[in-house]
Design a protein around this ligand. Structure first.
Ligand code: CDT
Length: 318
C-alpha cells in the first residue's frame, strides 16, 4: 500500500509590529483555502506566525511583552484557523509564543488535526541570540530573554494524516542547524519533520561579513542534510521579506528523504508551495545506509551528551 500525502509550506510575508493577529490570521486563512484547492492535507506555517518577530524588540519589563504571547489555543483570534482545518479536512502546524498559566514562556509549535485536536506540541530547545540589550548588534535577537528552553524534548508521534498515518516530529528555526536534534527525531523513526523559521538575511552580530546567499545556503544545507541522514521528509516554512525594516530571507522548502528539494518558494511574500510525499521513501535510507540498529556506534558518541562546549585537543608531541 502506498502511503502518499500532499504537503504544503505556507510561507508568510512580513507581519509588521503594528499589525494585529487578525491580519495574520486572515492571510493564513487565504493560504489554507489555496492549500485545499491544491489538494494539500498538511499545511505548515512559520515560527511565531501570528505576530512580527518580536524578539528583535527590547522590553525591560517582560510583563509589557505579554501581548505577544498566546495563553490559550484556540483563542478568539486563532479559532478561524481551527474552523478552516475542519472545513477543509487539513491538518496544520502553527508556531506561536506560549505563556503558560504558571508564567513560563516558550517558543512553541503545535500540529493540529483537522478535528481541531492538538496532536503534538513542541517547545523550541535551541534558543539563539542573547538575553540583554546588546548595543553592538545592528538588530537585537532577544530569544533568550523572551523564552525558556523547551522542556518537552523532541517528541515524535504516529498520527493519522489523510488516508494513512505518519510519524511526525517538529523543530523550530535554529534547531535545524543542530544535527543532534535531527538524530533524536530520527531515532524515533520520524517520517515528517515540520519546522518554521524567521531568519534574518544579515548576520547582525557585527563579528564579520556573511554573504546573503550563504545564509540561505546554510539553511538549506542543514535541512537537506537532516532529512537525508534521518531518512525523512521536511517541510521548512519561513517568514519572509522586510518586517519592521529588517529583512527575513524566506526560501521555504519541502525536502524528501534523499535530501532533494521538491518545492521551493520564490517570493518574499505569502506563498504556498506543495509537494506530494510518498512516505514509503523513508524506508530505503532506514534499511540501508542509515539503518541505525546495524551501524550506529553510540559508545563512541559519549561526548555528544557529556559535553556542551568544545575542548581543545591534546597537542602532538615529538
Ligand atoms: N528564529 C531563529 O531561530 N533564527 C535564527 C537566527 C538567529 S541569529 C541570532 C536561525 O538560526 O535562523
Amino acid at each position: 500500500m502506498t502511503r502518499r500525502i500532499t504537503l504544503a509550506a505556507a510561507q508568510l510575508g512580513p507581519i509588521q509590529r503594528a499589525e494585529g493577529r487578525d491580519v495574520a490570521v486572515g492571510r493564513m486563512l487565504r493560504l489554507m483555502e489555496k492549500a485545499h484547492q491544491r489538494g494539500a492535507q498538511v499545511v505548515v506555517f512559520p515560527e511565531l506566525a501570528l505576530t512580527t518577530f518580536f524578539p528583535r524588540w527590547y522590553e525591560e519589563d517582560l510583563a509589557q511583552a505579554n501581548h505577544w504571547y498566546e495563553t490559550a489555543l484556540p483563542s478568539n483570534a486563532t479559532a478561524p484557523l481551527f474552523e478552516a482545518a475542519r472545513r477543509y479536512g487539513i491538518g496544520f502546524h502553527l508556531g506561536y509564543a506560549e505563556l503558560t498559566p504558571e508564567g513560563h514562556r516558550y517558543n512553541t509549535a503545535v500540529y493540529v488535526h483537522p478535528s481541531g485536536q492538538v496532536v503534538l506540541k513542541y517547545r523550541k530547545v535551541h534558543l539563539p541570540g542573547h538575553r540583554d540589550f546588546d548595543p553592538v548588534r545592528r538588530v537585537q535577537h532577544l530569544e533568550k530573554r523572551y523564552f525558556e528552553p523547551g522542556d518537552l524534548g523532541f517528541p515524535v508521534i504516529r498520527a493519522p494524516i489523510a488516508d494513512t498515518e505518519a510519524n511526525i516530529g517538529m523543530m523550530i528555526c535554529n534547531d535545524r542547524r543542530w544535527p543532534e536534534a535531527w538524530r533524536v527525531l530520527g531515532l524515533q523513526q520520524v517520517e515528517l519533520v515540520m519546522l518554521g523559521y524567521n531568519t534574518p538575511s544579515l548576520n547582525a552580530e557585527n563579528k564579520g561579513f556573511e554573504a546573503h546567499h550563504l545564509r540561505v545556503a546554510h539553511s538549506h544545507l542543514s535541512i537537506q542534510a537532516g532529512a537525508y541522514q534521518n531518512a525523512c521528509f521536511a517541510v521548512a516554512t519561513a517568514k519572509a521579506g522586510t518586517e519592521d525594516g529588517h529583512e527575513l530571507f524566506g526560501h521555504s522548502i519541502i525536502v524528501n528523504p534523499q535530501g532533494e528539494i521538491m518545492a521551493q518558494a520564490t517570493s518574499w511574500d505569502d506563498e504556498l508551495i506543495v509537494a506530494e510525499a510518498d512516505l514509503g521513501m523513508c524506508e530505503l535510507g532506514r534499511r540501508t545506509i542509515f539503518d541505525f540498529a546495524r551501524h550506529r556506534r553510540p559508545e563512541h558518541y559519549t561526548r555528544i551528551t557529556a559535553q556542551t562546549g568544545s575542548e581543545a585537543p591534546p597537542r602532538w608531541q615529538t
